[in-house]
Design a protein around this ligand. Sequence first.
Ligand SMILES: NC(=O)c1ccc[n+]([C@@H]2O[C@H](COP(=O)([O-])OP(=O)(O)OC[C@H]3O[C@@H](n4cnc5c(N)ncnc54)[C@H](OP(=O)(O)O)[C@@H]3O)[C@@H](O)[C@H]2O)c1
Length: 244
Amino acid sequence: MSKRIFISGASSGIGEHLAYIYSKRGAIIGLAARRKEKLNTVADKCRELGGNAYVYQVDAKDRLTAKNAADEFMSKTDGIDMVIANAGIGGHDDLMSGDSTAINNIIETNVLGVTNTLIPFIPTMKEQQNGILVNISSVASFIRAPYHGGYAGAKINIRLMADSWRLTLSKYNIQVTTICPGFIETAMTAEIKKMPFLLPVETAVEKIVNAIDRGKKTFVFPWQMKMMIPLLRIMPDKLLRMFD
Ligand SMILES: NC(=O)c1ccc[n+]([C@@H]2O[C@H](COP(=O)([O-])OP(=O)(O)OC[C@H]3O[C@@H](n4cnc5c(N)ncnc54)[C@H](OP(=O)(O)O)[C@@H]3O)[C@@H](O)[C@H]2O)c1
């Protein structure tokens, strides 16, 4: 069972609640995000739940800070069992602005944030011949939703990258799991009005942990959303434009 776990984006939402589940299992958790005070509160709760936690103030876009946090955590725990690259942001492409700042930030956070978080741990996992890498993609990675091309493209990128890494890393006994949630009740979705099959975050993280435990390659949920994907894929542009 995974005891030494590093989670990016652990200051709220899915990352925070994953930390609580693993704390109940007695894990030592590296909690990373930009908001240090929030991380400290999460760390206190992890300890109350029976785990232990270390806090790392990291902007996932910053390769060096992410690498330092990984090294510091592994020096404390003498290795690593699992890394969950969960930090991410949503948002519109903002195409009419004529400025690529917004979309670049979405792509950098959701793609480079994942490589910056996971890759520093891989040499140690290879040496140990053991480890689990998890990335949090999205159902959005299967859908050409208007206004969210940057987000969907980033989430496809990390899903496909993980499919490749699984082939590269399986010979070192490193599991690579991609999680593709539908709508989950977190700060990220607080402003969205129409959210079919919305799940509370506590339910979502239970499903995520179960999928990781079962060694799933790609886990798409909830099942209703998974069933919708083939339909959404063939949906005419005219109908898709109604979203958002
Ligand atoms: N909620 C959903 O419906 C849903 C559906 C599919 C996929 N997802 C994915 O699930 C993941 C978690 O999202 P959530 O729903 O839990 O939203 P959330 O509550 O807004 O959490 C996002 C987390 O990412 C962190 N983060 C954002 N930018 C960061 C950066 N540059 N550096 C480091 N940390 C950063 C935030 O911490 P700081 O602000 O403190 O840095 C926060 O801890 C994301 O990757 C998201 O795309 C969510």
